[in-house]
Design a protein. Structure first.
Length: 262
């Protein structure tokens, strides 16, 4: 380990082999940090936070801070869990849950750029990218390999499916189905074809997703009902990707983004 002499580390904290801690960094009680991590100068890791292996926490990050919730009881115990190979750039904030025993989770291989904010009770799956100044409200879920553009804001309790692309400065107040591009104020703009091709999806899966997307989003109407109807037809959801797209509409609290095309 390479720990700067000015770092402030609680005796109860556990720090893995090969981890470096920079000048003035603060690591509070009960923190667990894996192997080969880098905690930069003046980063703050709050109590009982867990970091996996090879995590990079840049300067002025605050990981595990109290939720920004009026009336929150600071004596309540909850945690933040950061997976392996996660990168948190300058001034990223990740808040612990407002529910006792709960976890705010950042999955393996996520990349959070400067000033991104992850509020209490959020869950990010593997490989999520948040660009600069992204704002996630409480209880947001983001599926694997999704990308959220700079300055975008996501309303509390929204779900963003896997392999989505959310445009910069978008305002998302409803659920975004997997594999879809979202922009402006909760608008669907077709499938994330670039992300699908980069993700190694086969042509038959992409064609199935195109059929499913058209069946649900084109022509107006109740999206949940249209997804249910499509799922009963043999021509839709013929691949796991298509079935996943249709099943997304079975749940959720916020409704769904709407297509800009009739």
């Amino acid at each position: 380990m390479n720990i700067h002499e000015t770092a402030i580390i609680d005796p109860s904290a556990e720090i893995g082999e090969g981890t470096a801690v920079g000048a003035g960094a603060l690591i509070e009680a009960g923190v667990r940090i894996g192997r080969d991590c880098t905690i930069a100068a003046y980063a703050i890791i709050r109590k009982k936070t867990t970091l996996g292996d090879a995590v990079q926490v840049d300067s002025f990050c605050v990981v595990g801070g109290d939720p920004q919730s009026i009336g929150f009881d600071a004596t309540l115990e909850s945690t933040v869990v950061i997976g392996d190979r996660v990168i948190l750039r300058e001034a990223v904030t990740v808040h612990r849950p407002e529910t006792a025993g709960a976890q705010t989770v950042i999955g393996d291989d996520c990349f959070l750029m400067a000033n991104a904010h992850v509020a209490h009770d959020c869950r990010l799956a593997k490989g999520v990218v948040l660009a600069n100044n992204v704002m996630l409200a409480g209880h947001v879920y983001i599926g694997e390999k999704s990308v959220v553009g700079g300055g975008a804001g996501i309303h509390q309790f929204c779900r963003i499916g896997a392999y989505c692309m959310v445009a910069g400065n978008a305002s998302i107040t409803a659920d975004v189905p997997p594999y879809v591009m979202a922009a402006e104020r909760s608008e669907a703009h077709g499938l994330n074809l670039v992300g699908l091709r980069r993700g190694g999806f086969e042509q038959r899966e992409i064609q199935d997703l195109k059929r499913c997307y058209r069946a649900v989003f084109f022509g107006g109407g109740n999206l949940r009902k249209k997804a249910e109807e499509a799922a009963r037809e043999t021509e839709f959801g013929t691949t796991p990707a298509g079935a996943r797209f249709l099943s997304f509409f079975e749940s959720g609290k916020r409704g769904f983004i709407q297509s800009t095309r009739d």
